[in-house]
Design a protein around this ligand. Structure first.
Ligand SMILES: [Zn+2]
Length: 301
């Protein structure tokens, strides 16, 4: 560990500690997240300034806060308390993760080679990194309302810009679209009136799932509105997988088996996860209408 740190230390700047620790003393540094006598020198002047600024207001992590997850934001009131908690969490991450896996994080500072592109809902309860344990560098991700992928002809969006970078530059081998239970975006899609032109940004966005809504209405007219929404939450994932094929640089890689398209569904009412893969050879995509088939379906509970 010490040889690793000494060989990599110049990349972080030279840490010079005061009376209680030797140069870059790892155990001491890990006990104290910002330390009175420590300063960062040389290649990171801005960091040096921040360290000096923080020196009068250090945070010491006690044994009870050694874990990565520190505190509960829902139980915290006030602007300063929220950011104090955020600061503690960041410093806990730095101590418990970054410093302990220094070589990996320094390699990540140079380049990223994620195997997955993930498209997930912006809902605060469904963070993929949290529920599926994605680590830094593993996934290129975009989150939007209702985890929708627009078709290419609808023009540029954050979603397809991220897709283009992930597929053509990072050359990910997998795209995973993750939906979830009780999705308010899907509920907005299912409840909006077809023929009303809306200036509401949310309605304009979820209209990207219109085909999934029509398929749902056709297949589930006998079901309640809530049941229809649950159906559409999955149908819209499959529609997004088909929409991915409208981008030629995605379709070509899928056809050449360089890229796989997957669906995922997180049900937070019972904490289960469903995963499947689009069966490209059995899919039919054309202007008149598209059909899909899936394979490798798994249910994790
Ligand atoms: Zn959602």
């Amino acid at each position: 560990m010490s040889s690793l740190l000494s060989s990599k230390a110049p990349l972080l700047g030279s840490y010079i500690c005061g009376d209680s620790c030797s140069p870059f003393s790892v155990p001491k540094f890990m006990n104290w997240v910002t330390t009175d006598g420590c300063r960062a020198a040389a290649s990171l002047p801005s960091f040096k300034e921040k360290q000096q600024e923080a020196s009068s207001n250090y945070v010491r992590l006690g044994p009870e806060s050694k874990g990565v997850d520190v505190g509960n934001m829902a139980e915290t009131d006030g602007y300063q308390n929220l950011f104090d908690l955020m600061k503690q969490r960041f410093l806990s991450f730095k101590n418990q993760k970054y410093i302990k896996e220094l070589e990996r994080f320094q390699a990540l500072a140079e380049a990223q080679y994620p195997k997955f592109m993930v498209i997930a809902c912006a809902d605060s309860r469904v963070c993929p990194s949290n529920i599926l344990g994605f680590q830094p560098g593993e996934v290129f991700m975009i989150r939007n309302i209702a985890n929708l992928v627009p078709v290419m002809k609808n023009g540029p969006s954050e979603c397809n810009a991220a897709l283009e970078f992930a597929v053509t530059t990072l050359q990910v081998g997998n795209i995973l679209v993750i939906g979830h239970s009780s999705c308010a975006g899907i509920e907005a899609l299912m409840s909006m009136q077809e023929d009303v032109e809306s200036r509401n940004f949310i309605k304009k966005w979820v209209a990207n799932g219109k085909v999934a809504k029509l398929r749902t209405k056709a297949a589930t007219s006998h079901l309640s509105f809530d049941q229809q929404c649950r159906f559409c939450e999955k149908e819209s994932i499959n529609q997004s997988l088909l929409n991915l094929l409208s981008y030629p640089w995605i379709e070509e890689r899928v056809r050449k088996e360089l890229l796989s398209l997957h669906g995922g569904y997180y049900d937070f009412s019972n904490c289960s996860f469903e995963k499947w893969t689009l069966d490209f050879k059995e899919c039919n995509v054309n202007e008149e209408g598209s059909s899909y088939a899936i394979k490798k379906q798994e249910f994790w509970c």
